[in-house]
Every structure is written in structure tokens, then in C-alpha cells.
Ligand binder design. Structure first.
Ligand code: PEP
Ligand code: MN
Length: 269
């Protein structure tokens, strides 16, 4: 049964457009590019990534300051101080910020420094977090759970939407399957299905979706042809030295090439 209502197309036919200000939107019939490192690492890195995004015409920067890591010994992010530093540089450059919020207590402290709160795949069903994000006046991007169904993603979106926050974006980032040749299995099927069931914009994350640098562009372009309204991917000046997810991170040359290919592919759609 469809245990969601407000996020469904039956409830609202007109596609939801997310307005981030300064003429930047995430919406049906458009192509939003979001790129940046897995983790925000240093001020120099922030500056280098922003320079790359500006040169490439990408208006939204991704990066984690609170990192959900499988091992407690792995780098867990720069936290709020890192976010404030990042925000200073991004704001000066006219770049918007999408970053993960991991718990309710972080929502308020992050508020002034983010443009989109990201709910990570490990928190898709953190219903307290979703409830609280429903009370916030700021865009939220919900990633599909690691083993989550399409229906569960829509139900998670319903939590936020029914709480009063309609600025929602859905993200397909791959799911856990029996296949071990890739980190996750990017479920391209989810893109047209989500678009047909919901009025919310849908973004694809090919980096986590396949987890292999060499093939990130293939999956990004497949996502575009599947109807995605945006692509979020990982890029770093020296991917091999990234604090996290280097194996799936594009260097700036590969990123610039992909951004071009995405725009060309989108134009063919
Ligand atoms: C990320 O975007 O770096 C991330 C941790 O993503 P996910 O929650 O999809 O694993
Ligand atoms: Mn990552």
C-alpha cells in the first residue's frame, strides 16, 4: 500500500521547485549540478574546490563536516567550525552548500551555514531527525536508505513534508544487493519511478552508487538519461589523498569533463 500522500503526484500534480536563492533552483526539467569532496578537510581544500566549481559553472558544493563512518577510527569530519569556515568562502563565491546533518541537535547550529540539509543513507529512517527537519524552513535532501525501498524513501519524505517543510529533494545513491563487484548497486529504475510517483525533484549520486572512480561518469550520464533533475558527485584536487571515499572521487579534470557531458546529455533528453 502507498503509505504516503502529500509527496505523491496524486496530491500535487505540479512539480515542486526548490529555490535556493540567487537564481539557483533544483527542479523538474532542469539539471542541478552538485559537486565537492566527500569530506571537508582543510581551508586550502575548500578554496581549491570552490575555484574548480566556479571555473566549471557548478553552483552547489557538497561536502561532509559530520561524517557517518563505518569504522569509529576513520576521519569523522571537521564539525561546526569546518562548516563555518566553508560557509565564509562559499558565500563570498556565490556557491550554495549541501551537507549532511546526522542528529537533531545539529539542525539549529548548522542552520545559518547550510542551503540544503542532507539526510544520509544511514539516517533515512531516523524518524526523529525527519520530524525535526519538517519544522525547519530550509531545503532537505533525503538519500535512499542503504537497504531501503523506493516506498520507504517516499515515506521518509512524507515525514518531513507532513511536518510542514515542503522544500524536499529525493536522492538515489545505490542500494545494498548481493553484488560485490561494486560498492552499491545504483538503482536507475528508481529515478523514473520516483519521478512518476512524486512531485519532488530527484537527484542521482553516481559516486556512492557505484563506488568506482572509473565508472562514476557512466552512471552519472545514465542517471541523467533516466530523468534525474540533478547529479551530486565527489571531486577532490588529489582524490588519492582524500580523507574519505577517494576511490570513487573524480579529479578536477575528470569533474570538468563530466559536468560538460552531463549538460550535453541533458540537452538530448
Ligand atoms: C556522502 O554523501 O558522503 C555520504 C556519506 O552518502 P551516503 O549517506 O549516501 O552514504
Ligand atoms: Mn562519500
Amino acid at each position: 500500500s502507498d503509505d504516503y500522500k502529500l509527496v505523491s503526484k496524486k496530491w500535487k500534480v505540479k512539480p515542486t521547485s526548490i529555490d535556493l536563492g540567487d537564481g539557483i533552483h533544483i527542479k523538474d526539467g532542469d539539471m542541478a549540478l552538485m559537486a565537492g569532496p566527500c569530506s571537508i578537510e582543510t581551508e586550502e581544500q575548500i578554496i581549491k574546490v570552490i575555484d574548480h566549481l566556479k571555473a566549471t559553472g557548478i553552483k552547489i558544493m557538497r561536502g561532509g563536516v559530520y561524517k557517518p563512518r563505518s569504522s569509529p577510527y576513520a576521519f569523522r569530519g571537521l564539525g561546526l567550525e569546518g562548516l563555518k569556515l566553508w560557509h565564509q568562502h562559499a558565500k563570498a563565491a556565490g556557491i550554495k552548500i549541501v551537507t549532511e546533518v546526522m542528529q537533531v541537535s545539529q539542525i539549529e547550529e548548522m542552520y545559518d551555514y547550510v542551503d540544503i540539509y542532507q539526510v544520509g543513507a544511514r539516517n533515512t529512517q531516523n524518524f526523529n531527525l525527519l520530524d525535526e527537519l519538517g519544522r525547519v524552513d530550509k531545503a532537505v535532501m533525503i538519500k535512499r536508505g542503504i537497504s531501503g525501498t523506493i516506498e520507504e524513501l517516499l515515506q521518509s519524505a512524507e515525514y518531513v513534508f507532513s511536518g510542514g517543510n515542503e522544500k524536499l529533494i529525493l536522492c538515489e545513491r545505490g542500494i545494498r544487493t548481493y553484488e560485490k563487484a561494486s560498492r552499491n548497486t545504483l538503482d536507475l529504475n528508481a529515478i523514473p519511478i520516483l519521478k512518476s510517483k512524486s512531485h519532488l525533484p530527484v537527484v542521482v549520486d553516481p559516486s556512492h552508487g557505484i563506488g568506482i572512480r572509473q565508472f562514476v561518469s557512466h552512471m552519472a550520464l545514465a542517471g541523467v538519461m533516466s530523468g534525474a533533475d540533478g547529479v551530486i558527485y565527489e571531486t577532490h584536487e588529489v582524490p588519492e589523498k582524500a580523507y574519505s571515499d577517494g576511490q570513487q572521487t573524480l579529479d578536477f579534470h575528470q569533474s570538468a569533463l563530466l559536468a560538460d557531458q552531463i549538460r550535453q546529455t541533458f540537452a538530448l533528453r
